[in-house]
Design a protein around this ligand. Structure first.
Ligand code: AMP
Ligand code: ZN
Length: 490
């Protein structure tokens, strides 16, 4: 299927028509620093990248997708100071750095699989590419971009005139950096390419280099691994919005300094998942993982659905209520598709071309810089359209799901039913179509019992008042002749 695909390019600050240079679209995404669990904010970024890749594939492109694993060199401060995050993680857990890296890499793989994020073609580890990084630093040295301080080899950003262009850095913001500890750096924007192991101390991860024993800087990892696997210029490079100012600015300076050629054509950046207006961060306390969702019985794909409620370039506010709403929404979508009937499997016998026609608005939204809130609205319109045959609705949903990855034709899970005691030996059967917090459940049960008391006292207006109060909580009640109250919560 060929369609014009528009994406917002951070490099030009505008929406551009995607026109690849190579037969296979190269796509490089900055991957996790594996010193801790990924939080669901990190996962929001990988989700938007997955939708981008699935869209390219749906549009008929071949894609070579690379996500790196940062298992060395990412320091606590982006200004090349502080501890290596990996060493910090190892100390915290009393394990070796290599164990920490293997454990959290495995956890990351489980997370992306739970979220239906398609596995990339390659997952290169930074520690597996030290020779490529050293070669790139040597090239930069040869071309006069580097200098030596007593703690490492640094990139001289004054030698790369385009340095401030990508992030539109203002001179004031650069000068503000001069007030922070510069170490031996000549300019606040200069950054480490190779750091020496501290004198007299042996790091768990260190390598020999032409400049002395040490380890690579974080930024050189991505430039070297991206160019090791993808032809230059790389079509697409993605990451979270925090990477524009430092990490990606530095990646460009390194790759273009070393090769003298443009590094990347389209830069895409995902906005943050925020909690109480602040970024969800691995170092912060507001840290929610996919496992914490599962322990609250919220399925991972509900989080995928939740992320579609905002455009990837807008911040998305995290809340448990929002997530529960997304879980209910996904269950509803599956139930509506199941209720539409039609063939159980993906119907193949719909009129040729009718699926594409049905999905016109859906594809128009996706191809407009991945406007997923609009795409989901278009999908709901199809699901509710009684003029379309059930087979066509299901076939269209199945096709849309190649991009959405929500397992839309999976049978809607039977909502769990719990039994409680009611008034005077009766029973209350509670069926919840969404995860229910204990406190909410207790409030509903109490109102059901009060209604039962009012009915027993033949106080019909009071009973009706409780019925209405329950309705505002999304709970409907049916009374069986034996006195059982059947409560269904939407
Ligand atoms: P890290 O593992 O910290 O290197 O980050 C992995 C990816 O997650 C990077 O692309 C970050 O830009 C991105 N990221 C970090 N915090 C958030 C957040 N709160 N919301 C969305 N993406 C984030
Ligand atoms: Zn990177």
């Amino acid at each position: 299927m060929k369609k014009d695909f528009f994406i917002y390019n951070t490099a030009t600050r505008s929406k551009e028509l995607f026109t690849p240079l190579h037969d296979t679209v190269g796509m490089y995404c900055c991957g996790p620093t594996v010193y801790n669990y990924a939080h669901i904010g990190n996962l929001r970024t990988y989700l938007f990248e997955d939708v981008l890749k699935r869209t390219l594939v749906a549009l008929g492109y071949r894609v070579k997708h690379v996500i790196n694993i940062t298992d060395v060199g990412h320091l606590v401060s982006d200004a090349d100071t502080g501890e290596d995050k990996m060493e910090k993680g190892a100390k915290r857990e009393g394990r070796s750095v290599w164990d920490i890296a293997a454990y959290y890499t495995q956890k990351f793989m489980e997370n992306i699989s739970d979220l239906n994020i398609e596995k990339p073609d390659l997952f290169p580890r930074a520690t597996g590419h030290i020779p490529q990084m050293i070669a790139m630093v040597q090239e930069l040295e040869l071309k006069g971009f580097t200098y030596r301080t007593n703690d490492g080899i640094y990139y001289d950003t004054t030698k790369f005139p385009a340095y401030a262009g990508f992030a539109r850095l203002e001179p004031e913001s650069i000068r503000a950096g001069e007030r922070v500890d510069m170490g031996g750096k000549r300019s606040p924007t200069d950054f480490a390419l190779w750091k020496f192991s501290p004198l007299g101390a042996k790091r768990q991860m260190e390598w020999e280099s032409p400049w002395g024993t040490g380890f690579p800087g974080w930024h050189i990892e991505c430039s070297a691994m991206a160019l090791a696997y993808l032809p230059q210029p790389i079509e697409i490079h993605c990451g979270g919005t925090d990477h524009v100012r430092v990490h990606h600015t530095n990646e460009i300076a390194q790759a273009e300094g070393a090769t003298g050629k443009p590094f990347v054509r389209y830069w895409l950046h995902g906005e943050f998942l925020v909690v109480d207006k602040g970024k969800m961060a691995k170092s912060g306390e507001n840290f929610v993982t996919l496992d914490s969702l599962k322990s609250r019985k919220i399925p991972p794909l509900a989080y995928r659905m939740f992320c579609f409620s905002a455009h990837y370039r807008s911040p998305l506010a995290f809340s448990w209520e929002g997530l529960e709403g997304a879980a209910a929404g996904l269950a509803n979508l599956r139930r509506s598709l199941a209720a539409a009937g039609g063939a159980q499997t993906v119907p193949e016998r719909v009129e040729p071309g009718s699926v594409e026609t049905a999905l016109e608005a859906f594809y128009a939204a996706v191809c407009d810089d991945l406007n997923m809130p609009k795409a989901m609205a278009a999908l709901w319109d199809i699901v509710r359209d009684e003029k379309m045959s059930p087979d066509l609705r299901r076939a269209a949903a199945a096709r849309a799901d190649e991009i959405l990855g929500l397992e839309l034709l999976k049978p809607a899970e039977e909502a769990p039913c719990e039994t409680f005691s009611g008034e005077k030996g009766t029973t209350v059967k509670l069926t919840a179509g969404r995860p229910l917090a204990d406190a909410e459940k207790q409030v509903i049960l109490e109102k059901v019992r009060q209604r039962q008391r009012a009915r027993a006292a033949k106080d019909w207006s009071e009973a009706d008042r409780f019925r209405r109060e329950l309705l505002t909580l999304g709970a409907t009640v049916k009374d069986r002749p034996d006195g059982t109250a059947e409560v269904v919560i939407q």
